[in-house]
Ligand binder design. Structure first.
Ligand SMILES: CC/C=C\C/C=C/C(=O)SCCNC(=O)CCNC(=O)[C@H](O)C(C)(C)COP(=O)(O)OP(=O)(O)OC[C@H]1O[C@@H](n2cnc3c(N)ncnc32)[C@H](O)[C@@H]1OP(=O)(O)O
Length: 720
């Protein structure tokens, strides 16, 4: 794991632990033994630490964090490096992150290859750089930069690292050769000034001021997240305490974070995200054995908000797009809007003026789909109506080349029904983007019964290429995301039973959702849900009234229909579940007593006796109903694994990452407890079929060993 050789009186310790040279036990042992051996060798003048393959160590081995670890620990390895009688040079390339950067900070000198990046991403895992990174970095960079880098987890370029004083030299070409050359230029110089444990923090006298300012910002930016504040406390310690005491404080804070629920969820999320990109189909095809096609050109049908957003995602990644819209005025507006949105990206520094021009150069509008005969993929993004989509797919089937993939941005419709009108159903799939498509990271890809592995591989790969997190779902009504989402339904019932919209929103926001469900509803428009409900009623041949309380034997809440009838369509009309001060263009929701009156009247008419509802019940009702559906989704093979579901929730619905996702959250609460509460709510609300307990959940609670391994998460010691 660490290859040792001596060349030109340099001991080269080459770390060889692919794929990212994580500092697993054997690497730590190799480094420790290698440094001791080189220090004792009279033929060695200096020691060089370097990574084999694509990177210097990118951190501690995160997998080791979930099991009892073994010495030597990283700080021990680090102090052996620092106290060596020979100068130690870390030669950085790739991504020198976390524990990797800490090893470098224990070294006496750091040389970085031009394209290298360095950083402390531990905060994303709910941790702090616990091998004295919070104590050493401020000694090089000063407090402000260290606070920013460590609390944000940002990776900085070699050039920036040089400017900040993190590295001593940036080199091009052969890193080892250049490191040796640099080493020769400093050999013989005293080592003491190079030992960070002997240096002070140069702006230590300003620490309280910097701490307060950073804390204020963090509390606003990362509400409810504990690691950034612990990072900050540890950095403050680096300035206020003697080195050893600061290191002890760091260790204490690190242990607290490591044993906490947030870090467990964030570490799970790290692996879940990577697991979601791997997929298996029931026919044995998988991401490991299926090769994607290369997509060189695309078309998007429908220039509404969704279609335009999807076109932006594609052109931003260099894929030429034909945007098709029959309505010429709408097309013109859409092309102009895309220009404005990209202009906004330039203003925010997310792209250059030239990059914007390049994007617009590969975007063209078209009024008919006749022009699509040569494109590699078509993504249809018209109104959610099966008949309309089938008409389009029938035409595309005739016009497009036989190898073209035909995809629908449907959020609910059966892919098999859409594919059934084409002669090549193996080429048809769903690519469900989330609004706004150019911002939201999730791409929910859907396969039908005839979708080929090549098609699946291609859309999963396309997602990655356009910077999305792709998750695969089998076709069903609503797929993973919308089928599972029971929060809105239960929230409305809770309001009928005694809670008020702002009570529910507050509880959900305290839980970590960025916005409560009623605020979201106001933002997207009360009319959207209303049309969906009317469409559903039409299909079932029923008429919804303001007194409707049951539909086909299922409990129904007409509260939102009442808002619609009052013309309270949400933010756009200045009134919805909340009131808005449109005169001042404010988006801030204001609690409206008229809504409370409307709710109380509704309950009186339906003879509902209102009661006190606790925050605990709000969380349970909103989340456990969703979790129960999640288990049904797993049982039916709609999602292949719980990690897929959790990633859909994190990236599609902004579920707090520090809670892992609904499935991981349920595992932390304890599946037995969750199951018992679901059974209780099923008894209490027999007319809501989403409370019918999932068989899989029942089995996991009663006979966990009989459940196939993929149906429960790999990366957690879940409490059953
Ligand atoms: C007493 C105190 C002790 C320790 C303090 C130190 C703490 C730490 O160092 S915590 C770790 C800090 N480092 C990180 O958080 C980096 C995490 N990794 C990444 O950000 C990325 O993997 C990368 C930028 C390094 C590379 O990205 P990319 O090239 O896109 O590859 P992948 O992300 O797909 O990763 C490839 C493969 O490697 C696995 N992996 C990555 N990092 C680690 C790691 N630190 N430990 C274990 N495994 C790691 C990753 O899961 C992928 O494997 P799978 O595809 O099988 O999942």
């Amino acid at each position: 794991m660490v290859d040792y050789r001596v060349e030109d009186q340099f001991a080269i310790l080459e770390i060889n632990n692919p794929p990212v040279n994580a500092l697993s036990l054997h690497v730590r042992e190799g480094l420790l033994n290698g440094v001791l051996r080189a220090s004792a060798d009279n033929n060695v003048k200096a020691i060089i630490l370097i990574g084999k393959g694509k990177t210097f160590p990118s951190g501690a081995d995160i997998k080791e964090f979930s099991r009892p670890g073994k010495a030597p620990w990283l700080p021990e390895v680090g102090h052996t490096i620092e106290s060596s009688n020979k100068p130690v040079f870390s030669a950085l390339h790739g991504t020198a992150l976390g524990g990797g950067l800490e090893i470098a900070l224990f070294s006496h000198y750091r040389i970085a290859e031009k394209t290298a990046k360095v950083g402390f991403p531990e905060v994303h895992l709910g941790l702090l750089p616990g091998a004295e990174g919070t104590i050493r970095l401020p000694r090089l960079t000063g407090l402000v930069i260290a606070m920013e880098m460590i609390t944000s987890g940002r990776q900085v370029s070699a050039k920036e690292a040089l400017k900040f004083g993190i590295v001593d030299k940036v080199v091009e070409g052969n890193l080892l050769k250049e490191t040796k050359a640099f080493a020769k230029s400093v050999l013989g110089q005293p080592l003491e000034p190079r030992k960070l444990s002997l240096c002070g923090v140069k702006d230590a006298d300003q620490v309280d001021k910097y701490y307060e300012a950073a804390l204020k910002e963090l509390l606003k930016k990362y509400r409810g997240v504990i690691a950034p504040v612990s990072c900050l406390k540890s950095i403050r310690g680096s300035a206020q305490l003697p080195y050893k005491e600061a290191a002890e404080l760091e260790r204490t804070l690190f242990s607290e974070l490591m044993s906490g629920a947030q870090s467990a969820a964030l570490r799970y999320s790290f692996f879940a995200e990577r697991a979601a990109s791997r997929w298996n189909l029931p026919n044995g095809a998988s991401s490991a054995n299926s090769k994607p096609l290369t997509i060189k050109s695309a078309a998007v049908i429908g220039a509404g908000t969704m279609g335009s957003g999807i076109a932006i995602c594609l052109i931003r990644s260099g894929i030429p797009v034909i945007l098709v819209e029959q309505n010429e005025k709408m097309l013109e507006n859409a092309l102009r809007n895309i220009g404005y949105i990209l202009q906004g990206s330039v203003k925010l520094g997310r792209m250059t003026v030239d990059q914007r021009s390049d994007c617009l150069r590969i975007l063209q509008g078209a009024a008919s789909i006749e022009k699509l005969k040569d494109v590699d993929i078509v993504i249809e993004a018209v109104y959610e109506n099966l008949k309309l989509k089938q008409e389009i797919f029938e035409k595309l089937d005739k016009i497009c080349k036989p190898t073209a993939l035909l995809c629908s941005n449907t959020s609910t419709l059966d892919i098999d029904l859409i594919a059934s009108v084409t002669s090549k159903p193996d080429r048809v799939a769903g690519t469900h983007f989330f609004a706004p498509a150019y911002i939201m990271k999730l791409l929910e890809n859907i396969y039908g019964s005839k979708t080929s592995p090549i098609t699946v591989a291609t859309i999963m790969d396309l997602g990655k290429k356009i910077g999305k997190i792709s998750v695969l779902s089998k076709t069903c009504d609503g797929f993973i995301a919308n089928r599972m989402n029971k929060i809105g339904t239960e929230a409305a019932f809770l309001v009928e039973e005694g809670a008020l919209p702002h009570d529910i929103d507050q509880v959900l926001e305290d839980f970590g959702m960025p916005m409560g469900v009623f605020k979201v509803s106001d933002l997207s428009g009360i009319d959207i849900g209303w049309s969906i409900r009317q469409e559903m009623a039409k299909k079932q041949g029923i008429t919804l009234t303001l007194e409707t309380h049951y539909v086909s034997g299922e409990r129904y809440s007409s509260l939102a229909d009442r808002l619609y009838n009052l013309g309270r369509l949400g933010l756009k009309t200045g009134k919805g579940w909340y009131r808005y001060n449109n005169a001042s263009n404010s988006r801030k929701p204001i609690i409206d007593p008229d809504v409370t009156d409307m709710i109380l009247n509704h309950c009186e008419k339906l003879r509902i006796k209102r009661r006190q509802i606790s925050p605990q019940e709000i969380i349970e009702r909103c989340l456990y109903a969703t979790v129960n559906e999640g288990f049904k989704i797993l049982e039916e093979g709609v999602a292949e694994k719980p990690e897929d579901i959790d990633i859909v929730w994190q990236y599609g619905f902004s579920f707090p990452r520090y809670r892992g996702g609904p499935m991981f959250y349920a595992s932390q609460v304890g599946l037995k407890k969750v199951y018992e509460r679901i059974c209780y709510y099923h008894e209490s609300f027999p007319y809501s079929k989403h409370w019918l307990p999932s068989d899989l959940l029942k089995k996991l609670v009663s006979h966990p060993n009989e459940v196939p391994i993929n149906l429960w998460m790999n990366y957690t010691n879940s409490k059953l």
